[in-house]
Write a protein that binds this ligand. Sequence first.
Ligand code: NAD
Length: 420
Amino acid sequence: MHANPFENALKQLARAARLYRNGIFGQGKVKKFSTELLARLAQPEREINVAIPVRMDDGSVRIFDGYRVQHSNLRGPYKGGIRFHHDTDINEVRALAFWMTLKTAVAGIPFGGGKGGVTVDPKKLSRGELERLSRAFVRALAPVLGARADIPAPDVGTTPEIMEWMADEYKEITGDKTRAAFTGKPVAYSGSEGRNAATGVGGFFVFDALRASLGITKGATLAVQGIGNVGAHAARVFEENGYKVVALSDSKSGVYNPNGLSVSAVLEYKKKHGTLHGFSSARIISNEKLLLLPVDVLIPAALENQITKQNAHAVKAKVILELANGPTTPEADDILFRRGTSVVPDILANAGGVAVSYFEWKQNLKKEHWSEKEVFRKLRVLLAREARAIFSRFRALKTDLRRAAFVVALERLEKALREK
Ligand code: NAD
């Protein structure tokens, strides 16, 4: 990874705090975030590095590097996914944990922020090796996890099945039968209806609440970078709602057809062939080119640092809906702002995942099971409310949406700090 995502996260924090300090909403009353809050957020509360021994299928033992960063529990138990990726390192996990603290505050749910990761390419492990790795990771971290302490969920490279192995291992170790210490579990194993699709669907709810204000008409065109869990569900729900999906990509390449793609046909092709190459009725394009297509809405749904000062000036989309975490660097934010591109920031746009994780946690603790309709109804209400609140701040502050979202989150964190 070239840029350090945690440095970018701290830059975002400083920029939002500076805005507030400059008294833009002061109107005579001097308001600012306390130095204590800013100092607390600039550093995770706890970081744990673990060496995870795993018996491989050939009988050898491999040691994997794993991390859990507990960034802040000012507003509730640490909450955040676990990433399995070959490039994952402590700086990435630290940044992701920081964004979770801000995201749970934006969503107004009673959680703090945390994140975990293992440096591994999960595609290179057998199913048995992956299960042993997942269980060993939980054994290493069990003392600091728990429904009232730290609640992991899926992220890049982790799936509902992996969450189930982890929840099961945690139950074996601690005897905790609530299953509320992990979210994103399969529905048949105390998971929530709608959790798997929640980040993508939630992204649509946020977009839909802001669409008219952002100057986008129904039926507009979009390109989605990444067709993993988040990108695939987002592409599907936008298509179902009458938008024209013209480009989709995986980690290697993308497909582009200005007249529109069939999302299900692309996903089926990828499932069958493991690649997008050879998909008929579309041009193969690179991930770099996908970001620069002439579309109304661009959805980065893969990894960090995709839109940078190198390519931001060439982005043609009117709106960037950040479903990935940290896809836009602070320098790119400035370029996009000057060019009039609206960036709906990750801490708002992809908060649907953690919001439904909160619903899952609640259902587990209350021994309830809500229907998918109920889950999505609650999700839409929550996200539309927070999206509109952030949008009105953005108008009042005459800034970008990211700073406005940070300001809303920081106010909630400041309140929690005072109440503590
Ligand atoms: P995933 O593992 O299901 O999918 C990742 C996708 O990104 C895959 O399609 C992969 O091919 C693609 N990809 C990987 N490297 C790429 C590259 N260099 N260029 C282009 N594409 C690349 O992961 P996911 O759960 O869909 O997560 C995607 C993003 O959404 C991440 O930034 C994650 O942190 C964020 N996110 C996920 C959730 C969740 O609930 N899963 C919630 C909030 C945010």
